[in-house]
Design a protein around this ligand. Sequence first.
Ligand code: PLP
Length: 442
Amino acid sequence: MTVSNESTEETPTTADLMQRYVMGNYGRFPLAFSRGEGSWIWDESGKRYLDFATGIAVCSIGHCHPAMQRALREQSAKLIHCSNLYQIREQAELAQFIVERVVKQPGRVFFCNSGAEANDSLIKLARKFGHDSAAQHGGELRNEVITCTNSFHGRTLGGIAATGQDKVKHGFTPLLEGFKHVPFNDSEALRAAVGPKTSAILFEVVQGEGGINVVSQEFLKTVEELRREHNLLVMLDEVQCGFGRTGRWNAWETAMRGADWTFEPDAVSWAKGMGGGFPIGGIWASERLAPGGVDFRVCDILGPGTHGSTFGGTPLGSVVSLSVLKTIESENLIENADRLGALIRSTVTGWEHPLIREVRGLGLLIGFAIDPDALAAKVPAFAASGQTPSLFVVNRLIEAGMLTVPAGPGVVRWLPPLNVSEDEVAHALNLMRGALDALLNP
Ligand SMILES: Cc1ncc(COP(=O)(O)O)c(C=O)c1O
């Protein structure tokens, strides 16, 4: 293995090369990785880390799972790319699995390459719905989408306009018009925001970047009522929380646990864990009639020529994604996510650790809210660091041999692979407990 973390004249370090040739649009940790296996990842010097970041919820069945390797190997020897000008069997089979086994409601799927692109597709779906409804019934053109504050919907112009956080919008005016943001889980504010131009509501079932905030059943009930009262499309961003991460195939199913009524979205976006590391995204849209007495189905709104993506649903991408979803099913990883997620949350809650204010999340999408006052009062190194509480703790966990991700300034996020073992969870809990205790007793 080439060890390139020490720069010489002939072999610059990876960080040197990045600095010289790659745009500086990310704040990166000074780590470079060269190998992964299961829940583990090795840096270029050979140091091993327990990977509870998983590329931010991407490597859903761990690093380099044999099923993914096989799918890549076999399909890459058959057919890698085929244009959407033609019929693509592999794409159709992936869509069939998603409709029948994942969503379990009739509908159709559109494939793309990323979460932002999937959300742009939802936004186009909502706009076209408004246009087509007006064309059929007259009335005001509805072209406004309501989203939530603290949300994150991606970095395209559509994504940043939809995102309810000012920091992603700075410097990019004029923004795409037609969005209103309401506080997450605030039913009254949502009700008040719906107006004659509203065509859709879009939100994350669990806000990931916003700090691991889970939607309430009360909010979902209000959404469902508003759908009926105002003929709106209900669109869910499951880019981070979808495909088994929350302990059900769909995060809205987990959020609805125990409810005596049903919640059915009109459309859903995905990416991240969908390909286990292979870039693929998509949206599902329901086969039911679009609301408002129109005669078209939600899944037919984006008809021929209205939308597309060169790399969406290639034979290779589709076969790899299907291998990931079938592995989640055949290895019972949804049950694993549910069980180990509950174990992690109850264990850390039981610590009553002075540096942890709250534990939240669903399944293996878990947030630990760090107590900023306790950190400032008890840990002198924190004040000296100039870092946010979440980044400071994430850095301590890296030193301990574990990767996690900040979710906003105050929350440390765990996103283990869905096939993480109980031993690995126990190891991670020990590492975090040790790192937090060491901060209090250096
Ligand atoms: C909920 C959510 N939506 C959309 C995105 C954007 O996805 P991508 O980076 O694949 O464009 C993300 C990425 O973090 C996300 O968490």
